[in-house]
Design a protein around this ligand. Structure first.
Ligand code: NAP
Length: 264
């Protein structure tokens, strides 16, 4: 019942986890605002939803155009008269050695995953404070808790989210606003195809671990009850999730294991 009739704004709704969340939340009776850069794909996601004319709206945006996100928030608020839950899910990954990745590609990852996400959240939370309630969810990653090869900027952007959203939680909890950080392990989406290589061009290949991972539909079904239960940080995935706990117990041991592992 948590999601029924709630207005839920999902970024990164055109594919993967965001798309699966849209279908799951649509079945649970939510009103949806779907955002990403590709409005054609968003229209297709909308068409796949039940009763879409009344309950699903499209709002095209690019998270890296941070100066436009205040106006985008105003537009989003007008679509259904407010936003109850913001799902900050849009993001890009990286596949490049730290020393080889151009600064421009590093900035691009930070721009989308951190600055754009934070800027959108700031505007939406101002509105939630006025209303006296709201829920902000952000898709981090296991890479928000540990580091491996080829993902330095990605891991940095996701680690930064933990710092920012943990502080935000302390500031807004008394105002009726909940903050949830979601840390997926491998999920079978196109994230690695879009991952930035050293020169900033997309990898265009699906990672081996992702090919064998859980589908975004299964992921969304596991995730939604945990969010409605009010969890502050959520880990969902395969064996890779244990790395988060091992990092707490013995970071040195985790590093030794990761150094020997084949990481793609
Ligand atoms: N799949 C995994 O194994 C995994 C693991 C851990 C964390 N995650 C996180 O899960 C989230 C969703 O990723 P996914 O796996 O579902 O990958 P995906 O299928 O590539 O989806 C990424 C989404 O982000 C949107 N996006 C990318 N750049 C954007 C921008 N500049 N402005 C607005 N939207 C943008 C994309 O839409 P457009 O191209 O239409 O803009 C797309 O809808 C990401 O934050 C990712 O870091 C994924």
């Amino acid at each position: 019942m948590y999601y029924k009739d709630k207005v839920i704004w999902i970024t990164g709704a055109s594919s993967g986890i965001g798309e699966a969340l849209a279908y799951s939340l649509n079945k649970k009776g939510a009103k949806l605002i779907l955002s990403s850069r590709n409005s054609k794909k968003l229209e297709q996601v909308k068409l796949n939803c039940d009763n879409h004319e009344d309950t699903v709206k499209i709002l095209q945006l690019d998270l890296s155009n941070t100066e436009l996100l205040a106006d985008k928030t105003t537009e989003a608020l007008e679509l259904f008269g407010g936003v109850d839950i913001l799902f900050n899910n849009g993001g890009i990954s990286q596949r490049a050695l730290a020393v080889e990745a151009s600064l421009e590609s590093v900035r691009k990852v930070m721009e989308v995953n951190f600055f754009g996400t934070v800027e959108l959240t700031r505007h939406v939370v101002s509105h939630m404070i006025e209303k006296g309630h709201g829920h902000v969810v952000v898709t981090s990653s296991v890479m928000g808790k540990i580091g491996t090869k080829y993902r330095s900027a990605y891991a940095a952007s996701k680690h930064a989210l933990h710092g920012w959203y943990d502080c935000l939680r302390q500031e807004v909890i008394q105002k009726g606003i909940h903050v949830t950080l979601v840390c997926p392990g491998f999920v079978k989406t196109e994230i690695t195809k879009h991952a930035l290589t050293a020169d900033g061009t997309p990898l265009q290949e699906m990672g081996e671990a992702h090919k064998k991972a859980m589908t975004p539909e299964v992921f969304a079904e596991k995730l939604l009850p945990k969010i409605s239960a009010g969890k502050e940080e959520i880990y969902i995935g395969g064996k890779e999730i244990y790395s988060v706990y091992l990092k707490r117990l013995s970071p040195r041991l985790l590093n030794k294991i990761l150094m020997r592992m084949k990481v793609t």
